[in-house]
Design a protein around this ligand. Structure first.
Ligand code: AMP
Length: 191
């Protein structure tokens, strides 16, 4: 199985690049942010639990997030592999993901971190906020909070996978095709 983590701060292009990798490598895309937005749109219990955290740019508690992730994994026993986008976002989630995959005799092949400067992230997200309808993209102070959470809680996940030589930095600036080429050649080198 080809299980990869697409990593990087909010607005670094993970969703866009994941969609292209899904086609190329026939994988299933799991974006926890998209899953939460779906639940919120449908006013489910899970959506209600997540809403306050998301609107403040904070992480949704692990028991909610990990449970949701596990359900999604279990729905695709036939998958050739998964792209995890926006998960894991802290060390405990990384440990939970490793354990879940291990219980199925699978593992993470690589984590690919898209590198983009803070200034560019803020500009990209404010721009996306004009059309995405996402309130967490429209307010600069919430965006800065999301970046702080990324640095404090999420960035250590890179080190977690670096310990087993599975974490790679990818230049996330350039046009979509260029970045896709950098990513897919790195993925191919690990096959
Ligand atoms: P994203 O679309 O990945 O930027 O996620 C939007 C928001 O959903 C984040 O700012 C968090 O509030 C929440 N979220 C998404 N994924 C996770 C996760 N793995 N753990 C906790 N909260 C998450």
């Amino acid at each position: 199985m080809l299980n990869i983590i697409l990593f990087g701060p909010p607005g670094s292009g993970k969703g866009t690049q994941a969609a292209l990798l899904v086609e190329k490598f026939e994988l299933i895309h799991i974006s926890t942010g998209d899953l939460f937005r779906y639940e919120m749109k449908n006013d489910t219990e899970l959506g209600l639990k997540a809403k306050d955290f998301i609107s403040k740019g904070l992480l949704v508690p692990d028991e909610v997030t990990i449970g949701m992730l596990k359900n999604k994994l279990d729905k695709h026993p036939e998958a050739k592999g998964f792209i995890f986008d926006g998960f894991p976002r802290n060390i405990d989630q990384a440990a939970a993901l490793d354990a879940l995959l291990d219980s199925k005799d699978h593992k993470i092949v690589g984590l690919f971190a898209l590198e983009v400067s803070d200034e560019e992230i803020i500009a990209r997200l404010l721009n996306r906020g004009k059309t995405s309808g996402r309130s967490d993209d429209q307010d600069e102070s919430i965006i800065k909070n999301r970046l702080k959470v990324y640095k404090d809680e999420t960035a250590p996940v890179f080190k977690h996978y670096e310990q087993s030589d599975k974490a790679f930095n990818i230049n996330g600036v350039g046009n979509i095709d260029e970045i896709q080429e950098r990513l897919s050649s790195k993925v191919n080198s690990l096959l």
